[in-house]
Write a protein that binds this ligand. Structure first.
Ligand code: ATP
Ligand code: MG
Length: 652
């Protein structure tokens, strides 16, 4: 599943529908925020409004007489000289308080909503299919799950707030215009309305830029990620300049993309100014004639012109806000698309709990491919008895790790079945299935935190004694004793501050403490020195004791301990049997691999080098001999009495 630019056209109704679950819990405050935004906007008109009485009465020294519900009221010019400026200040203060409240409420609600969206997205992220992470760069995922969520909800609310305040500001100013002269207002408003045309025209361009920005932003994040986590490779291969160039190009692309929008959008503002000034020019001429005809007072005219000038700002803000909201719509489109991605690997409705392994594991005619048309496993048939240890060997890229990935359902088989105790693994709950498998991977990932925390992740409810045992079995005591804070020593992200062997042993301890009946071990191919190999092997032996084990083996020591060995060549099971049985096959693949490794080990041993290391490397990189006669497997018969399978079926 590749995350791509969104093409679908989104409507506001769609956005509200999707936002609703996140808006509902904070709806009260959203409403209150909107409600407060209304008077904040309406109070915009006060100053312009009171200009008319001030100029017509205070400046002209005239008293104002009017009737309210039959009572005659007279406001003297002297009283108004104090009252009007005071009113201006009081209303400004009131507007200030309301503005504060509005700001607080909208920020509060928008952050709450953004948090809920982000939490919901993260909840999705952790249960996404492994394939999503194969198919997308880390940057693309990060950008979608983080930046876009912000853009979608935080700026939605803040722009809505601005929109409402500006709209009501405009309404109150328009009211002042109409109050002073409807004829003049008609001219002013018509001209200002024309200012919206460019905003409308630019919509599509904004969306395109936003989507493109997302793509560029994602690749920048990926670049950062690669430059930090791949730092050593970058340095050792002298790739600094290449990284710099890539980054420069990305920043340049972002610049071009933004500028292409600016080129098309920057004329909007001057155009709006121009339109507005044309409006003012017309108003000035027409207004003068209205005053001459006695249809308007000088105070009314000043009030009118003031509100028309003031009106420019909210109208312009409405324009930019509507543009911003296009951005929001685009970001929201990308965010809510993520919710539409449903993980394919899920529990079936009638899934049962898996409670330990009682009989064994069986691969029945299993075929698998990561991508259509590129088969990785072909018709694999294999059964593993309870507490048996099966070693998987074979050419690099032959599908060994893939076999390991299928057991906890990181991927589902394309055809065939994998059975635990005669039941398809897809009929167990994912949670219980995975709880029954301990995995140690080829590249062991450790989380930022302490060594203790990393081990305890295997079983958060383990006791101190369990931990001690796991540490002991994984041969970590020595390491813990050497470190200043022992097990509580923080390890850098990914476990970078530990050696390869140490990292592997922490992973073994983590698998150990999990205490699952099935152990899947993808042995690291990295070379270990003799001593480390010995320690790691001992740790592994402890982990594998009394458990059903599938070990992807690269080292002689592991292979020798296995009950049976399966040779996987280009996704097909080529040989299966005990070490002795496979060695007995003339020209057998296993035998050739073994002899090649053994000779190298011997040669290295004579040179006084680390034999284990060389052996491990040799096996890891060994390709199977081209023209090997592959023995046909006619059937693997089970032998109940020994708990092992005889391999009589293998013919030469
Ligand atoms: N996530 C993936 N997406 C697409 N193809 C993949 C993926 N993982 C592995 N492959 C391909 O599947 C094939 C089998 O890979 P796998 O990792 O199972 O090999 P392997 O036997 O474990 O090799 P090695 O001994 O080098 O670890 C390879 O051709 C590999 O390129
Ligand atoms: Mg592998």
């Amino acid at each position: 599943m590749k995350l791509t630019e969104t093409k679908t056209k989104r409507t506001w109704l769609w956005l509200i529908k999707n936002m609703w679950p996140y808006m509902k819990p904070v709806l009260g405050r959203v409403f209150l925020g909107v409600l407060v935004a209304v008077p904040v906007g309406l109070l915009e008109g006060v100053t312009a409004f009171v200009l008319k009485p001030y100029l017509d009465y205070v400046v002209n020294q005239k008293d104002l007489a009017f009737t309210v519900w039959g009572n005659d009221i007279t406001l003297t010019a002297a009283a108004m000289a104090y009252a009007i400026p005071l009113a201006v200040v009081v209303f400004a203060a009131l507007q200030g308080v309301l503005r504060y409240l509005n700001e607080y409420l909208t920020d509060w609600t928008s952050q709450k909503m953004t948090n809920s969206v982000k939490i919901a997205l993260f909840n999705r992220l952790v249960s996404m299919d492994t394939a999503l992470f194969d198919d997308n760069d880390s940057g693309a995922i990060f950008f979608r799950y983080f930046n876009d969520a912000d853009a979608a909800s935080t700026s939605l609310i803040s722009n809505l707030k601005t929109l409402i305040t500006s709209a009501f500001g405009a309404v109150s100013l328009v009211f002042v215009l109409l109050y002073n002269s409807w004829r003049l207002a008609l001219v002013g408003i018509t001209v200002l309305a024309l200012a919206f045309i460019p905003v409308y025209l630019i919509r599509k361009r904004v969306k395109k830029t936003s989507n493109r920005n997302m793509v560029i932003g994602s690749s920048i994040v990926t670049n950062f990620h690669e430059t930090t986590s791949g730092n050593r490779i970058m340095r050792s291969y002298g790739l600094e300049q290449q990284r710099r160039d890539i980054f420069r190009q990305q920043v340049h692309d972002a610049f071009n993309n933004n500028m292409s929008l600016v080129k098309r959008a920057a004329w909007m503002s001057p155009l709006m100014y121009l339109i507005a000034s044309v409006g003012i020019a017309i108003v000035l001429g027409y207004g003068t004639s209205l005053i001459g005809a006695g249809k308007m007072s000088v105070g009314g005219f000043s009030s009118f012109v003031t509100s028309l000038l003031l009106l420019y700002k909210p109208v312009k803000t409405i324009g930019t806000t509507l543009t911003n909201l296009q951005n929001v719509l685009a970001a929201a489109g990308r965010v809510f698309e993520l919710f539409d991605i449903k993980p394919e690997i899920t529990d079936i409705p009638e899934a049962v709990e898996m409670d330990g392994l009682k009989q064994g594991i069986e691969f029945q005619d299993v075929s698998f491919s990561y991508r259509p048309d590129v088969p990785v496993l072909r018709h694999l048939n294999l059964s593993i008895k309870k507490n048996e240890m099966l070693a998987l060997v074979g050419n690099s890229g032959g599908g060994k790790s893939t076999v390991a990935n299928l057991l906890p359902r990181f991927y589902d088989v394309v055809s065939g079945n994998i059975l635990f105790d005669g039941r398809d693994i897809r009929s167990y709950t994912l949670k219980s299935l995975r709880a029954n498998i301990s995995m140690v991977f080829q590249d062991n990932f450790l989380f930022s935190g302490t060594i203790r925390e990393n081990i305890m992740m295997g079983n958060p409810s383990a006791t101190e004694e369990d931990l001690r045992l796991a540490v002991e079995s994984a041969h970590l005591e020595e390491l813990a004793a050497d470190l200043p804070q022992g097990l509580d020593t923080p390890i850098a992200e990914g476990g970078k501050s530990l050696s390869g062997g140490q990292r592997q042993r922490v992973a073994i301890a983590r698998a150990m403490i999990k205490n699952a009946p099935i152990v899947v071990l993808d042995e690291a191919t990295s070379a270990l020195d003799n001593k480390s190999e010995g320690i790691v092997q001992k740790a592994l032996d402890n982990l594998m004791k009394n458990r059903t084990v599938i070990v992807i083996a690269h080292r002689l020591s592991t292979i020798k301990n296995a009950d049976r060995i399966a040779v996987l060549n280009e996704g097909e099971l080529a040989e299966l049997g005990t070490h002795d049985e496979l060695m007995a096959i003339e020209n057998g693949q296993y035998r050739q691999l073994y002899e090649m490794q053994f000779q190298q080990q011997k040669a290295a041993g004579e040179d006084g080098e680390d034999t284990g290391a060389v052996a491990a490397e040799t096996y890891a990189s060994a390709e199977l001999p081209e023209n090997t006669a592959i023995p046909e497997i006619t059937g693997v018969q089970e032998n109940e009495s020994t708990g092992k399978e005889s391999t009589d079926g293998i013919t030469e």
